[in-house]
Design a protein. Structure first.
Length: 120
């Protein structure tokens, strides 16, 4: 059995300006799964930088209110929303609420910096 606590995962600012804690990553953990799982926070009034991943990604919104942007389409999202982001899609999310926007990110195959391109 493998258990990791969120509080034990270092917090860092990702290339897209989102505050992340990586919970699982098959590439760095040397585990049998293929994906990575991260906990993300976007502060009120902030939006992440537009970016593209070579891999597929799913967001699961836990708290807050946001506007998800994928390939020139935007939709409001909140707790319980699942967003499927296809590989090579231009994406960003903005916090349009008054509290932190908190969500999980699942990337398959596992996220690595070489698979992400930050756009201007």
């Amino acid at each position: 059995m493998f258990i990791r606590q969120l509080k034990d995962c270092p917090e860092f600012i990702a290339g897209d300006a989102c505050c992340l804690r990586e919970l699982l990553n098959a590439k760095t953990d040397k585990r049998a799964y293929r994906y990575s799982l991260a906990h993300a926070i976007v502060k009120p009034g902030i939006k992440t930088k537009p970016h593209v991943l070579k891999t597929s990604e799913v967001y699961y919104i836990l708290e807050g209110k946001g506007r998800m942007n994928v390939d020139n389409k935007a939709a409001e999202v909140g707790p319980g929303a699942v967003i499927d982001i296809p590989p090579e899609a231009i994406q960003w999310i903005e916090n349009i609420g008054k509290t932190d926007l908190v969500f999980l990110c699942i990337v398959d195959p596992a996220w690595c910096v070489e698979d992400e391109k930050i756009l201007k």
